[in-house]
Design a protein around this ligand. Structure first.
Ligand code: SF4
Length: 287
């Protein structure tokens, strides 16, 4: 059995940066809490929780801890409240997400409408939208974008709009949306804000899927970029999505000769290594 790990698997720059910030604080015995889970990976969150990092969801839960803002950022309201209440915080928002906040904030001067490609309930999308003062529409694919625009065609033909994306949005879906806008509208400014690391990860995973007979995607079920990797790979080959290597016992893997592994941006490489070890042990037991 050949096992190949896709390039760019595991922690991205923004996630590593946020985790390093928390690790440094813990080393200095600072009481830390995060506003929402720091990253979308249950194993990492559990480990941090065991080391005293509290996950809070309201200001009243903060007590005397220092708040770390997670890598995909938060809303302007949360930042304003932290300042108003004089709660100490460290902003670990990934610079690539911060860049979108800045584009959107500046866009308020020129644009009346903001179009955001992404998942409505994702905290990164909530954060992005909070920095715009005009009307905001969120869409998850070309069909939804068409619905939004074609029902209000007159408005979209006359006012200036800005279109951005969640950093982990699918490159393929984004390109289709961009094509639609370019064919019919000149007053919608398009800003490609998909994180380059995400697009590279997606393309390496897709390449591997084309040459494997099974892909194992490792990462949180609540991690949108991991779910996207799963969706991309399953278009080419049988694909399974797991959070932990122990889930592999539910699958008959002996029939596969060429297994590819990819992992989301919030997946620690030690989880990938556990998967590799499991496959190696399975192989040894088989021979
Ligand atoms: S995926 Fe990209 S934008 Fe998101 S945290 Fe990682 S580096 Fe930052």
């Amino acid at each position: 059995m050949k096992v190949t790990v896709a390039k760019n698997s595991g922690f991205c720059f923004g996630v590593s940066r946020a985790l390093n910030i928390v690790e440094d604080l813990l080393k200095n015995n600072v009481k830390v809490c995060t506003f929402g889970e720091l990253i979308h990976n249950n194993q990492v969150i559990e480990d941090l929780r065991n080391r005293g990092v509290k996950v809070v969801h309201s200001f009243s839960d903060i007590k005397s801890s220092l708040v770390v803002i997670r890598s995909h950022g938060t809303t302007q309201e949360v930042i304003n409240q932290l300042k108003r209440k004089q709660i100490k915080y460290i902003d670990a928002t990934c610079p690539f997400v911060k860049r979108i906040h800045d584009i959107v904030k500046k866009g308020c001067e020129t644009y009346d409408i903001l179009l955001v490609a992404g998942k409505r309930t994702h905290p990164e999308v909530e954060g992005i939208c909070s920095y715009f003062s005009g009307k905001v529409y969120i869409f998850e694919d070309l069909a939804q974008l068409k619905d939004i625009i074609l029902c209000r065609e007159k408005i979209f033909k006359t006012v200036n709009s800005l279109m951005v994306s969640q950093t982990t949005f699918s490159v393929e879906k984004w390109e289709k949306c961009v094509k639609f806008i370019l064919e019919g509208f000149t007053n919608i400014k398009i800003c490609d804000t998909i994180c380059n690391i995400t697009s590279l990860r997606q393309s390496y995973a897709e390449k591997l899927a084309k040459t494997s007979d099974l892909i194992i995607v490792v990462g949180g079920y609540n991690s949108s970029n991991t779910v996207k990797l799963y969706e991309i790979c399953k278009n080419h080959v049988q694909t399974i999505h797991i959070e932990k290597y122990t889930e592999l016992k539910n699958y008959d893997l002996k029939k596969f000769n060429n297994i590819g592994i990819t992992a989301g941006a919030s997946t620690p490489m030690y989880e990938v290594e556990k998967v590799i070890n499991y496959l190696n042990c399975m192989e040894e037991a088989h021979t």
